[in-house]
Design a binder for this molecule. Sequence first.
Ligand code: ACO
Length: 323
Amino acid sequence: MIRSVVLGCGSYLPERILTNSELAKKVDTSDEWIVQRTGIQQRHIAGEGEFTSHLAIKAAKAALANAGIDAQSIDLIVLATSTPDQTFPATAVAVQNALGITHGAAFDLQAVCSGFIFAMTTADSLLRTGAGKRALVIGAETFSRILDWTDRGTCVLFGDGAGAVVLEAQEGAGTTADRGVLTTHLRSDGRHKEKLYVDGGPSSTQTVGYLRMEGREVFKHAVGMITDVIVDAFAATGASAETIDWFVPHQANKRIIDASAQKLHIAPQKVVLTVDRHGNTSAASIPLALSVAVNDGRIKKGDLVLLEAMGGGFTWGSALVRW
Ligand code: ACO
């Protein structure tokens, strides 16, 4: 059977770092409160004139370099974002154009913080049908542009950034010893759409709007939803907390990550954590964390890597990948 094998990954973070202490000068908060409730110490913020596509292009180029392949061999780009440059065209076509690619297809996908898992699942499905040979899966966000910087309940949580992986369709034996995406599980439940949303949009208000969230409600549902789709991934493959090498969760909040890992009996030393440095970068958080762990030598070829995310909608999902 065909497997979507990871050839490489890369990321990009804007230069500007915004610390908790700086934020405490703008809104009524403190470094202590933010660290204690979320684990976040700092986040990166896109510069003036720096768009989601600019971050995505840099991450895509880094991923192509890491994979050691030419952009011309890419025939599919799936870009997850909730903060596109424009309502249309898709930010993915700006990336395609910047890479000089005029064949194949590029499109955006929107599943908020779960976007990268949804994009990876979509790319994997298309590669396995033979619709493409090599895909760039990108998560890129400039959430700083949709934050209400007077709302201390939300503005302290998010940051900007982008990450990308290159997938290639390769023949596998069909066992979990294969390299590549082994299983993916996607879920959504629109009953919760008002718990985390943006209060604007082209059809409703003709404005971009600001992020609004019932933090406690999100927290309450997060751990259960995350662990459910991980149990599904384990059931589909026979993998377990003991057999995975790395757990790379969406980086929303250290307390949600710790509680999920604990519930699943995943050893703390297997958990890749970047929320302290990046904040919540929504669809970009998983590929950013993957890049960190690949670059520092933790994730190696053949390792079993568990990914999960949960976000607005609610949407949630998991992916189990042999690197
Ligand atoms: N600084 C200081 N005080 C604050 C801040 C802040 N930045 N924000 C809120 N507070 C205050 C509140 O006003 C409230 O004060 P009060 O008791 O006087 O009314 C108090 O802190 C407690 O507020 P809660 O909202 O109940 O605080 P909680 O312990 O729930 O922590 C948080 C808030 C961190 C948002 C938490 O609910 C959370 O992490 N939720 C998950 C949200 C999340 O991660 N969303 C990301 C998007 S979804 C995803 O990616 C999974």
